[in-house]
Design a protein around this ligand. Structure first.
Ligand code: NAD
Ligand code: UFG
Length: 342
């Protein structure tokens, strides 16, 4: 089975490529390296023993894919490539529309031009639900007006993929709505590599713990939750990566044409910011001297997934603990710091 992985040198794409290769898939990666490093390719090879084919391609360039893969056939495509900073998207909405939406249109155009059965998996986000009225959030929860152009780009991409599949019987597809991926590969060879100051909690914590950041601020402790801090569903990156493999396996057995659906990918459990910090401290034997700050604009109070749909339909469920994810995240940060020292 030949699988094209867009954005395959990024955080989730690299871990998914490893899981795919380990299961015997023939992986080809494309990435424009805007938020990743070519060294990830070598590290995927160190982990799996196989160097996937790689092409530096920017998906915004409409004809590059067609030119590069004129005679290639892919049984599956996993589309990770996107920009993902909420704050950057507010400052530069146009960039997010071209990079995330145009890129997805170009990819669909490429897949359609092949006139061959292709299974497509798209990286969506629980951000499409906004602050859901009912928790845990199931897939019937409405997709709401998005606060950020980033969220809007995910919503639009889901729609254009669905619309293409309605008219194209060669494509079957799934959007996976991820909750909060955290952690790194147990080898510490691949992990999350945010450029600049991390926006997300776990890379911020590990950079603070290693001394790269001066202070760790908790964005608000006056929310209506058990300890006043926000609740999220943190999922181990390895589990998330495997959800893609399971989704591909599911689509490869699919008898229907024009099949499209979307699934939550989380653990089903909510964890507050303070609880997560405590798990990090206990797991890694480190004390974090955090401060309480103001609420962050746009933060939702609580989000955790109802995972019945993916569990009963695809047979996937999360196996790893938050503690294990925080151990691997910390090991990865220490490894990065060693490399920078040398
Ligand atoms: P990442 O930035 O680590 O990986 C994305 C990769 O795509 C990068 O390697 C980047 O260089 C590449 N890329 C971006 N634009 C490109 C383009 N135009 N052409 C080719 N390559 C391009 O991000 P990630 O955390 O691995 O996220 C992967 C996907 O999952 C994204 O679509 C993101 O929006 C989505 N997602 C992420 C999270 C999260 O918390 N990390 C949550 C929900 C959804
Ligand atoms: N937080 C802090 N201090 C920090 C960083 C984060 O207190 O320094 C808090 C946030 O306020 C929030 C929680 O930690 O309550 C988690 O924040 P993240 O930024 O890690 O995660 P979010 O759920 O807010 O957002 C992330 C991505 C979005 C994506 C969403 C769902 O940034 O793009 O997960 O996948 F849509």
């Amino acid at each position: 089975m030949k699988i094209l992985v867009t954005g395959g040198l990024g955080f989730i794409g690299s871990h998914t490529s490893v899981e795919l290769i380990n299961k015997g898939y023939d992986v080809t990666i494309i990435d424009n390296l805007v938020n990743s490093n070519i060294s990830v390719l070598k590290n995927i090879e160190k982990i799996t023993g196989i160097r996937p084919e790689f092409h530096k391609i920017d998906l915004r360039n409409k004809n590059e894919l067609k030119k590069k893969f004129r005679s290639n056939i892919f049984n599956g495509v996993i589309h990770f490539a996107a920009l993902k900073s909420v704050s950057e998207s507010v400052k530069n909405p146009e960039l997010y529309l071209t990079n995330n939406v145009e890129a997805t249109k170009n990819l669909l155009d490429f897949i359609a031009s092949k006139n061959r059965k292709t299974n497509l998996i798209f990286s969506s986000s629980c951000t499409v639900y906004g602050q859901a009225k009912k928790l845990p959030i199931n897939e019937s929860s409405p997709v709401v007006k998005q606060e950020s152009p980033y969220g809007e780009s995910k919503k639009i991409c889901e729609e254009i993929i669905r619309n293409e599949i309605v008219i194209n019987k060669n494509i079957n597809g799934i959007s996976l709505r991820y909750f909060n991926p955290i952690g790194a590969h147990e080898s510490s060879l691949i992990g999350e590599h945010p450029k600049g100051i991390p926006e997300n909690l776990v890379p911020y914590i590990t950079q603070f713990a290693i001394g790269k950041r001066k202070e760790l601020i908790i964005f608000g402790n006056d929310y209506p939750t058990i300890d006043g801090t926000c609740i999220r569903d943190y999922i181990h990156i390895k589990d998330l990566a495997n959800a893609h493999v399971s989704a591909l396996e599911f689509l490869s057995k699919m008898k229907k044409e024009n099949f499209y659906d979307f699934f939550n990918v989380g653990t089903g459990r909510g964890t507050t910011v303070l609880e997560l910090i405590k798990i990090f401290e206990d797991t890694n034997n480190i004390k974090l001297k955090y401060k309480i700050g103001n609420r962050r604009a746009g933060d939702i109070i609580a989000a955790y997934a109802d995972i019945k749909k993916i569990n009963t339909t695809i047979g996937w469920y999360a196996k790893n603990t938050i503690s294990n994810a925080l151990k691997t995240a910390w090991n990865w940060e220490k490894q990065q710091s060693k490399l920078n020292d040398n």
